[in-house]
Design a protein around this ligand. Structure first.
Ligand code: ADP
Ligand code: MG
Length: 388
């Protein structure tokens, strides 16, 4: 689960990580009031969406005067912001954060992630912070230094200093930086964070170290014991279909392609996506309806897939182990009728009662092609999606 920058900054403050003074607004008038509360003449107006890369697309504006704050907020609010980190539809801007501008001398980069291979939290730092860190990581990875943290000992001050000196901070700045890093380390453990990113962490012209941006991700499996964090969730920033899917206990992830996949079991779902790609197709989603699925679940899953206008063909790949293929076929037929399906469906049903299942599909009179061989099925659905 993700938070907005303003929420993450509020949490940072609790852990002694300095951030600029700011206030939240959901309307242009509120933005003016927020600016008055912040004080001063110049302000930074920042669109609140669950994505970075805002600075490059007009989602972060430095303005002077209250009128300009109101105008900037008006230009952002109610729109969708498309950044390098969102899909082509973008994310809705429902609030803006109005904050005091900092006099930036240097922009640094700091992050921490749970490294599953090392089974440890790894901190990363780079002097090349700011908006192009992805390029730094790609072209000059030696400019990013890593330290991994022993889970029992936690981040040690010497490790923080090592990162600080790597970024050419002065001794005073290293002291400030170390405090920030120890705060981050405690926060990660306390709140079950899976990722923290401060980009940029700045050194001000006065020589102070500040977090100008804040990104926090949390481990969804820990949210049951992080009630406060769970309550900070903003569903408007999440994929509508993924939200819908979680209601029916379906594992669903939206992807970029045009072949809707409905599969039971995560492993089979992965293999299905692989084989679709191998034959030149692009999956529109990952969907695991679960091992012990029911006709109702199949219907819901089907509705979900057909909601995407991008989907040009549907690939059903079910292994009837615990579930029976004839029940699945009934679910598919029901769903096709309910959704007034116009696109081709290729169904591969294998396992318990597969003959009965196939027979039901064939008799249904619907545009469903049963194929029993996986490679053959993948080729058929790829061709169908291309209109062949
Ligand atoms: P994003 O990562 O989404 O582009 P950031 O919060 O990192 O958004 O802002 C982008 C850039 O805007 C920063 O790298 C920084 O140069 C500038 N910026 C952001 N907040 C402030 C601020 N309070 N004062 C001065 N400059 C800022
Ligand atoms: Mg940033």
């Amino acid at each position: 689960m993700n938070l907005h920058e303003y929420q993450a900054k509020e949490i940072f403050t609790r852990y002694g990580i300095p951030v600029p003074v700011g206030a939240l607004a959901a309307s242009p008038e509120q933005a003016r009031a927020a600016a008055k509360q912040v004080g001063g003449e110049k302000f930074v107006v920042k669109a609140q969406v669950h994505a970075g890369g805002r600075g490059k697309v007009g989602g972060v504006k430095l303005v002077e005067g209250f009128d300009a704050v109101e105008e900037a907020a008006k230009a952002m609010l109610g729109k969708k912001l498309v950044t390098i980190q969102t899909d082509a539809h973008g994310l809705p801007v429902n609030s803006v954060w109005v904050e005091k501008p900092s006099a930036i001398a240097r922009e640094l980069y700091v992050s921490a992630v749970v490294d599953r291979t090392l089974e440890r939290v790894v901190f990363m730092a780079s002097a090349a912070g700011g908006m192009d860190i992805e390029e730094v990581a790609h072209n000059t990875p030696e400019k990013i230094k890593h330290v991994s943290v022993h889970p029992a000992a936690g981040l040690q001050p010497y490790q923080a200093r090592e990162l600080g000196f790597f970024m050419d901070l002065t001794k005073e700045q290293v002291d400030q930086f170390t405090k920030i890093m120890l705060g981050l380390s405690k926060m990660i453990t306390d709140l079950d964070c899976s990722l923290v990113e401060i980009n940029p962490l700045i050194v001000t012209k006065e020589g102070n170290v500040f977090a100008l941006d804040a990104k926090l991700n949390f481990d969804d499996n820990a949210l049951f014991r992080q009630k406060e964090i769970a309550n900070m969730r903003d569903p408007s920033q999440e994929d509508e279909r993924e939200r819908e899917a979680s209601k029916f206990d379906l594992n669903y992830v939206t992807l970029e392609g045009n072949i809707g996949c409905m599969v039971n079991g995560a492993g089979l779902a992965m293999a299905t996506m692989d084989i679709v790609k191998l034959h030149g197709g692009q999956p529109a989603n990952f969907l695991d309806v679960g091992g012990g699925t029911t006709a109702e679940k199949v219907t819901e899953a089907f509705k979900l897939i057909t909601k995407s206008p991008e989907v040009k063909a549907i690939f059903i790949n079910i292994f009837g182990g615990i579930v029976r293929c004839d029940l699945i076929a009934e679910g598919i037929i029901q769903a096709c009728k309910q959704t007034d399906l116009k696109i081709p469906v290729v169904a591969r049903l294998q396992g318990t009662n597969m003959e009965k299942g196939r027979e039901l599909l064939e008799k249904s009179g619907l545009k469903i092609t049963p194929v029993s061989d996986l490679t053959e099925a993948a080729k058929t659905v790829v061709a169908a999606a291309q209109g062949k």
